[in-house]
Write a protein that binds this ligand. Structure first.
Ligand code: AMP
Ligand code: ZN
Length: 112
């Protein structure tokens, strides 16, 4: 838990979110500025800054987050989606609590 982390505050319930999944290790909620009709974030409850701060002990947790994305995407009615993990300022990361973006719906997403 990090006192000034916005996602830790969402986990604690101090900041509201549109939660779509929660268990003892992870939560998923809708992104406040969606890039597509459906856009949610999967985050661990443990405060880990980024993919670059992950350690071998996080392997199962990372796998769990990745496996959750298609399950939730399907539940949200998506046939396909894009997943993204921004890492570091130069990787476009703005919130320094690791998160997997999953978004899609509407038109086919442009090729990267
Ligand atoms: P990133 O640039 O990968 O760090 O992405 C951070 C994401 O968090 C952005 O897509 C923001 O729209 C999203 N975000 C920031 N604050 C909130 C919030 N309070 N609730 C939901 N999503 C948020
Ligand atoms: Zn945090």
């Amino acid at each position: 838990m990090s006192a000034d982390c916005i996602f830790c505050k969402i986990i604690k319930g101090d900041i509201p979110s549109k939660k779509i999944y929660e268990d003892d290790e992870v939560i998923a909620f809708n992104d406040i500025h969606p890039l597509a009709p459906v856009h949610f974030l999967v985050i661990p409850k443990e405060h880990i800054e980024s993919l670059a701060s992950c350690e071998p002990r996080h392997q199962a947790l990372l796998g769990k987050m990745l496996l959750l994305a298609p399950k939730l995407a399907k539940e949200q009615g998506l046939k396909g989606f894009r997943s993204m993990i921004n890492t570091g300022v130069e990787g476009g990361q703005e919130v320094f609590h690791i998160h997997v973006h999953a978004f899609g719906g509407g038109d086919t997403l442009p090729k990267t």
